[in-house]
Design a binder for this molecule. Structure first.
Ligand code: RB5
Length: 149
């Protein structure tokens, strides 16, 4: 069963209260790296925490949630080896795994509700990378990262 690094800012407290117990009830181990209060915090801090947990193999995948999903995904993607994507529906979540081998799922707690979030999360966690020609393309993304040093 996958181990999940979870991160969130203040905008996603309600989402977190629904989603972490939902994931745990399914048997996933969830490492809570997010804030637990509504006090305003800075989403890059939590994006970096999730990304580093995945990068350091403390978790298999990450889930990072802010108001839109955008800021926290941008922060995650600054960590080498991280492919974070914002998904607001299950189709993108499915292909983010199948074709892009994304390792961090992001979404906006102010954009979607918890029931849609559960469908997106399920899809992301249950879909495996297809490999083949998609592996070559994902490797090309890594090569871009390596050119940056
Ligand atoms: C916080 O107000 C908000 O800016 C943040 O949650 C996120 O949406 C940023 O991208």
């Amino acid at each position: 069963m996958k181990k999940i690094a979870w991160g969130n800012d203040h905008s996603a407290i309600e989402m977190k209260k629904e989603l972490i117990p939902y994931l745990e009830a399914k048997g996933y181990e969830v490492i809570n790296l997010g804030t637990d209060t509504r006090d305003s915090v800075d989403y890059p801090v939590y994006g970096e925490k999730v990304a580093r947990a995945v990068r350091n193999h403390e978790a298999d995948v990450g889930i990072a949630v802010c108001g839109t999903g955008l800021g926290i995904s941008l922060a995650c993607n600054k960590v080498k080896g991280i492919r974070a994507c914002v998904c607001s529906e299950p189709y993108t979540a499915k292909y983010s795994r199948l074709h892009n081998n994304c390792n961090v799922l992001c979404f906006g707690a102010r954009v979607i509700g918890p029931e849609l979030a559960k469908m997106i999360v399920d899809t992301f966690l249950e879909t495996e990378f297809e490999g083949g020609r998609h592996a070559r393309r994902v490797d090309m993304i890594t090569e871009i990262e390596e050119k940056e040093g």
